[in-house]
Design a protein around this ligand. Structure first.
Ligand code: CIR
Length: 256
C-alpha cells in the first residue's frame, strides 16, 4: 500500500522540455496544469496523501519527479540523472525527502554513476533497473549495492528501444506486469501474468497501480479494457501534454 505521493507542478518552461517526438507539438501549459490537477485528484481517490511541490522554471522537465529519487519502504535514493539539463533537479527534491526519511536512510547515486527513477521498477523487495541512455552500468552497480545494504535486491534489464524501463513495462502487483514491445519476450517477466499491450496503444504501457486501483492514460481503450478484465478498477486521466515530452503517468509522481 502507498501512503504518500510527491508531485511537482509543471513549469511554464515545460514547452522547452526534452522530447523525442517534436512532431506531437509543444505542450499547452494551461492544459498541462489542468491535467496535473486531475492527476492529483485521481491519486487522492486511491487514498494517498499528495505533497505538491512548486514548479521549477529553471528545469523544464522537473515535473517528471520520478526520475530524481527512488523511494522504497526502507530507504530513499537520490539519483544522478543522466540527462545533463535535468541533473540539477536532484538538489530540489532533498528537502522533501528529508521530511519522510531519516538522514541515515537517504542514499545517493554518485558520478560517474548515472541513474533515473524512470528506469527503476519495484516488484516487492526486488528492483529491476533498465540500462538506458540515462542510466549507466556504474549507476546500476551503486544502486544494487545500496539496495543490498537494506536487505533489498536489484537486477539489470537491458533495453534498446525505449527511453526508460517503465516506458515499456510496469508492475501491477499480484505478479502481473503490463508489457509492451521489447519486454514481451524478456526472460525476467516470462513466468508472471502478462498483460500484452497492443502496439497501437504502446504509450499506455506506463500505468500506475495505486492501492488496488490502476490509473491509465485516457484514450487507450484497449489497454483500459485489458486491465479491467484482469480484475482491477481502472481510473483514467489525460496526460496528452506530458506525452509530448515523452512523459507518462509514472514519471509524474513518487509513490511510497
Ligand atoms: C525527459 O526526457 O527526461 C523528459 N522529457 C521525460 C521524462 C519521463 N520520465 C520517466 O519516464 N520517468
Amino acid at each position: 500500500m502507498f501512503k504518500h505521493v510527491i508531485v511537482r507542478k509543471p513549469a511554464r518552461s515545460m514547452i522547452d522540455g526534452i522530447t523525442s517526438a517534436p512532431e506531437l507539438g509543444k505542450p499547452d501549459y494551461e492544459l498541462a496544469v489542468k491535467q496535473h490537477d486531475a492527476y492529483i485528484e485521481a491519486l487522492r481517490s486511491c487514498g494517498v496523501e499528495v505533497t505538491e511541490l512548486p514548479a521549477l522554471e529553471e528545469y523544464p522537465d522537473a515535473c517528471f519527479v520520478e526520475d530524481v529519487a527512488v523511494v522504497t519502504r526502507k530507504c530513499a535514493i537520490i539519483t544522478n540523472p543522466g540527462a545533463a539539463s535535468r541533473n540539477g533537479e536532484k538538489e530540489h527534491i532533498m528537502e522533501t525527502i528529508k521530511k519522510f526519511y531519516k538522514e541515515d536512510q537517504i542514499e545517493y547515486i554518485k558520478a560517474p554513476g548515472t541513474l533515473e527513477g524512470g528506469d527503476v521498477m519495484m516488484v516487492g523487495d526486488h528492483f529491476y533497473v533498465g540500462r538506458s541512455a540515462r542510466t549507466n552500468e556504474e549507476g546500476i552497480h551503486q544502486f544494487i549495492e545500496i539496495l543490498e545494504k537494506y536487505g533489498l535486491s536489484g537486477s539489470e534489464v537491458t533495453l534498446e528501444k525505449v527511453l526508460h524501463l517503465k516506458t515499456g513495462v510496469n508492475y501491477l502487483e499480484n505478479d502481473t506486469f503490463l508489457v509492451s514491445g521489447e519486454f514481451i519476450e524478456k526472460e525476467e517477466f516470462k513466468n508472471s501474468k502478462l498483460i500484452l499491450i497492443p502496439d497501437d496503444e504502446a504509450y499506455a504501457a506506463n500505468c500506475i497501480w495505486v492501492n488496488g486501483k490502476v490509473i491509465v492514460p485516457s484514450s487507450f481503450p484497449k489497454v483500459a479494457q485489458l486491465i479491467r478484465e484482469a480484475g482491477y478498477e481502472v481510473i483514467t486521466t489525460d496526460t496528452s501534454e506530458y506525452r509530448k515530452l515523452d512523459g507518462g503517468l509514472s514519471c509524474l509522481s513518487l509513490r511510497f
